[in-house]
Write a protein that binds this ligand. Structure first.
Ligand SMILES: Cc1cc2nc3c(=O)[nH]c(=O)nc-3n(C[C@H](O)[C@H](O)[C@H](O)COP(=O)(O)OP(=O)(O)OC[C@H]3O[C@@H](n4cnc5c(N)ncnc54)[C@H](O)[C@@H]3O)c2cc1C
Ligand code: FES
Length: 257
C-alpha cells in the first residue's frame, strides 16, 4: 500500500507542549486529531510557526508518536537554523501551520519475528513510532542507538522501556560501546532492518544490509511532489521524490555516492 495516497490535512494546530532538552533539541506535542488517527511510522508533517514570515518555507519532521484517542502527535526536533529556532520559541497554546501526514512510511507487511532498528541523532524519532507498531504486532525489537557522545543520547529512557534489546554506542566511548553503531549489529541472523539517521550511517548500513529500509531526510520545498526539490538519485538510474515516493526507500534502491 502506498500511504502517500491517504488524505492530507492542512490547517492551523494548537501546541500542547514544547519540552527543551539539554542537547539543543525539543519535543513538541501538537493537537492534530486527523493526523493522529491516520499517520503511520516513517511519515512526516510539514510545519512552521503560524504567522511567521521567516522562514518562508515549512520544515519537515517525522512523527515520533501519535495518540489517536487524544488526537495528539509528538515530534522530536534538533534546533539548527531559523525554522527550528522559531519552533523552539513556542509555548503551550501557540499555533503552528501544519500539513500531513505526508510521504510513504515503513510498511507493516515487512515486519519479521525479530526486527533491528538502527538510529542516530534525530533519525531515532520515526523509529520510536515504528518500534511501537512492531511491538503492537507481537514481534520483537532490537534497537541499535548511536551518537557522538553520551549527552546527545536523549532517547535512552524511552528506548529502555520500548526495546527488547538495546545496543548503545558512542564515538567517544562515554556511553555504551565505543565506535560506530554499524560495527555492533548482528549480521549472523536474518532480520528485517530499518534505519534513519545521518547519511554516512545509512550508507554504511546499506553496504551491510542492502535489503534494509531507510528513511531519508533531504531538503524540501513543496513537500507534496510538485517542485522536484527533494529528488534522490536511484541505483537503477533516474530520481525519486523523497516527499512522495519516500522518505522510506529500500537501501538497495538508492545511489549512495
Ligand atoms: C522527511 C524528513 C523528516 C525529518 N524529520 C526530522 C525530525 O524528526 N527531527 C529533526 O530534527 N529533523 C528532521 N528533519 C530535518 C529537518 O527538516 C531540518 O533539520 C530542518 O528543516 C532545518 O530547518 P532550519 O530552518 O532550522 O535550518 P536550516 O537553516 O534550513 O538548516 C540548518 C542546517 O541543517 C541542514 N538541513 C536542512 N534541512 C535538512 C534536512 N532535511 N536534512 C538534513 N539536514 C538538513 C542545512 O543544510 C543546514 O546545515 C527531517 C527532514 C525530512 C525531509
Ligand atoms: S519537496 Fe517538492 S517535490 Fe518533494
Amino acid at each position: 500500500m502506498n500511504n502517500s495516497k491517504k488524505r492530507i490535512w492542512n490547517g492551523t494546530a494548537e501546541l500542547i507542549s514544547c519540552t527543551h532538552t539539554a542537547a539543543k533539541s525539543i519535543f513538541l506535542k501538537i493537537k492534530a486529531d486527523i493526523i493522529a488517527k491516520s499517520v503511520t511510522a516513517g511519515q512526516f508533517v510539514y510545519i512552521k510557526t503560524s504567522g511567521a514570515s521567516e522562514p518562508l518555507l515549512r520544515r519537515a519532521f517525522s512523527v515520533m508518536d501519535a495518540d489517536p484517542a487524544k488526537g495528539v502527535i509528538e515530534l522530536y526536533i534538533d534546533v539548527k537554523g531559523p525554522g527550528t529556532e522559531s519552533l523552539a520559541a513556542l509555548t503551550k497554546g501557540d499555533h503552528i501551520d501544519l500539513m500531513g501526514p505526508l510521504g510513504r512510511g515503513f510498511q507493516k507487511n515487512t515486519f519479521t519475528e525479530n526486527n533491528i532498528l538502527v538510529g542516530g541523532g534525530c533519525g531515532v524519532a520515526p523509529l520510536i513510532m515504528l518500534a511501537k507498531e512492531i511491538k503492537r504486532s507481537g514481534k520483537k525489537v532490537t534497537f541499535c542507538y548511536g551518537g557522538r557522545t553520551k549527552a546527545q543520547l536523549v532517547f535512552i529512557p524511552i528506548l529502555k522501556k520500548l526495546a527488547d534489546n538495546l545496543i548503545i554506542t558512542t564515538d567517544d566511548g562515554t556511553a555504551g560501546h565505543k565506535g560506530v553503531i554499524t560495527k555492533f549489529i548482528d549480521t549472523k541472523h536474518t532480520y528485517s532492518v530499518y534505519s534513519c539517521g545521518p547519511k554516512p550511517m545509512l550508507k554504511a548500513l546499506s553496504a551491510i544490509f542492502p535489503n534494509a529500509y531507510v528513511a531519508l531526510e533531504t531538503e524540501m520545498a513543496c513537500g507534496i511532489g510538485v517542485c522536484m526539490g527533494c529528488t534522490v538519485p536511484m541505483a537503477s538510474g533516474g530520481y525519486k521524490r523523497c516527499c512522495t515516493e519516500g522518505p522510506v526507500f529500500s537501501a538497495s534502491e538508492v545511489l549512495w555516492n
